[in-house]
Write a new protein. Structure first.
Length: 545
């Protein structure tokens, strides 16, 4: 037992250290100050980066909470027209890249778009005769990101609401709580760990976004990193900006944890009867329908309508053998990465639960910081050590054996998957930990007394109870890898492409009609797992028949 325990700890330290290498490369950059570059940034745009990044995070966080939590509660606890369909449909915007939505809405809402053009023709206005909200703005970026990121919160909040005990809600009713009070004072606190995990994912994804803010001309840390790297030609200063970006994430995670203090959220009842969903009628049903349908309509249906219209113009040309190869590459990378991420997260989170030593907790938290770093910087953090290893090995073999090993790791799919795992492992870790924290520690103790080993406890007790959360972790990483762009652009092997890269290349050239087909392929590839995970979450409740 002691030997297995020691081996597990060694493996945890090794894995956490391995996936921390890119982060160490980024943080290690602060040891080599670039005084001239930083003086220039301080005098010009640094405060814009800080202010706009904070505004972006706060705006996206608040709107995503509203769009995620309220519909999750409504479709879980009530029945109204289309509520069954909305359960899974509300997840669909997470399959849509944010920059595609940005392009779509800009094409429609811009000065030359159909809406403003029609207004000028109907009302006989000139351009300066009326006010129209500017889509290419900080507010526009907040709206676009919120519409595609709220499903992170919705998904985890709904899973948490489904898993709650009915008797807890029944007791709150007997104590005089109405429906709103039961939600606010009972259900919401019990679901808080999952909701905060979803919010942390939204915050990190917001800070790491580049395509949307770049297209809208918003100066934030990610656009600053690209400008510093490619505009000023200084990758070291770009890495240092990324290190500063980490401060925002650490501050958020620290404040969230401190706000909880020593609070714990366990279900103390073993009574899990079927959820009694109340039927809504009349005005209440209409309000519930509007609240749930609005984010879906704005974040998925309208952009897809634009994409379908453009795709009908170009699909005969775009659908060739190269397109199907792109589809195969994208699905293969997404599935392999998602599966590896789920297995690694399960091992690391469970090991941390059994031995929550300071070094273990630090390493797991440090690995989770990778999600906050833009994919471009992750790519640099991966490429530098891998290229060094390949070059060192090649030089050694040339010197001693007169043979060349070439590029064994860098420039291969292995490097690309490693970068994906570094970037998205936090998604699986946070999701699995949110599920583990709801399992009472006493269950582990009872199982140990019964003679079960840790691996058996995990397989026979924890994994069945976390089935919905494990599939959630798989889905989140799958969708994220499908949409990942910067790391793929830099690390992809020669002559290797994905749907996300091709979509971005075409859209960035303003060839929206040509970009529509690969963009729709990304969305369609994500729809099937979205429906599967939604149904699995619905069945994951204890006592479900």
């Amino acid at each position: 037992m002691r030997s297995a325990f020691k081996t597990r700890n060694i493996m945890l330290v090794f894995l956490a250290s391995l996936f921390s290498i890119p982060l160490f490369v980024v943080l290690g950059s602060v040891l080599f100050p670039e005084k001239q570059i930083w003086a220039h940034l301080y005098d010009t745009v640094l405060f814009d980066y800080v202010g706009n990044s904070l505004s972006l995070v706060i705006g996206v966080g608040v709107i995503s909470l509203l769009l995620g939590v309220i519909p999750a509660w409504l479709v879980t606890m009530y029945r109204f027209p289309l509520s069954k369909q909305l359960e899974w449909a509300l997840l669909l915007p997470m399959a849509m890249p944010a920059y595609i939505i940005a392009y779509s809405y800009t094409g429609v809402l811009d000065v030359a778009g159909p809406i403003q053009t029609s207004l000028r023709e109907i009302m006989d206005w000139q351009y300066r005769d009326y006010w129209f909200p500017e889509v290419r703005s900080l507010g526009g970026a907040i709206t676009m990101l919120s519409l595609v990121l709220y499903p992170y919160i919705y998904l985890l909040a709904r899973a948490a609401f489904i898993e709650q005990s009915v008797c807890v809600l029944e007791v709150s009713r007997t104590l005089g709580c109405n429906a709103v009070d039961a939600f606010r004072r009972v259900a919401l606190p019990l679901a808080r760990p999952a909701i905060m995990v979803g919010l942390s994912l939204v915050v990190m994804e917001t800070l790491a976004d580049y395509g949307t803010v770049q297209y809208f001309g918003v100066s934030v840390f990610t656009t600053g990193i690209f400008r510093t790297w490619f505009g000023l030609g200084n990758s070291l200063a770009a890495a240092q900006l990324s290190a500063l970006l980490l401060v925002f994430v650490v501050m958020f995670l620290y404040l969230e944890k401190r706000s909880r203090r020593q609070a714990r959220f366990h279900h103390t009842s073993s009574r899990y009867s079927a959820l009694m969903q109340k039927q809504l009628h009349g005005g209440k049903a209409l309000i519930a329908l509007v609240l749930c349908a609005a984010p879906l309509t704005l974040g998925f249906i309208i952009p897809v309508m634009f994409l379908c219209d453009w795709a009908l113009e170009t699909y005969l040309v775009v659908l060739d053998k190269d397109f199907y190869l792109l589809l195969f590459h994208s699905l293969l990378l997404a599935f392999v990465t998602a599966l590896l991420a789920m297995l690694l997260a399960l091992f690391m989170a469970y090991s941390n639960r059994n031995d929550g030593s300071l070094i273990n907790r630090f390493l797991v938290r440090f690995v989770s910081m990778g999600y906050a770093i833009p994919g471009t910087v992750i790519a640099v953090g991966v490429l530098i050590p891998f290229a060094w290893f390949d070059n060192t090995l090649d030089a050694f073999l040339r010197q001693h054996f007169n043979i060349s090993s070439g590029l064994l790791i860098s420039g291969t799919v292995i490097t690309l998957i490693f970068a994906y795992l570094t970037r998205f492992l936090a998604v699986s870790i946070n999701t699995v930990e949110a599920a583990l924290v709801k399992i009472k520690p006493e269950m582990d103790e009872v199982a140990k007394i019964a003679g079960l080993r840790p691996v058996s406890i995990l397989k026979r007790i924890h994994m069945p109870m976390m089935r919905g959360s494990l599939l959630t972790a798989l889905l989140l990483v799958f969708i994220d890898v499908l949409k990942e762009l910067p790391a793929t652009l830099i690390l992809r092997p020669f002559n290797f492409n994905t749907l996300a890269v091709r979509t971005y290349e075409l859209a960035n050239e303003e060839r929206l009609a040509d970009a529509a087909v690969p963009a729709l392929a990304i969305v369609l590839a994500g729809i099937i797992p979205v429906i599967m995970i939604s149904n699995s979450i619905s069945r994951s409740r204890a006592g479900h028949e």
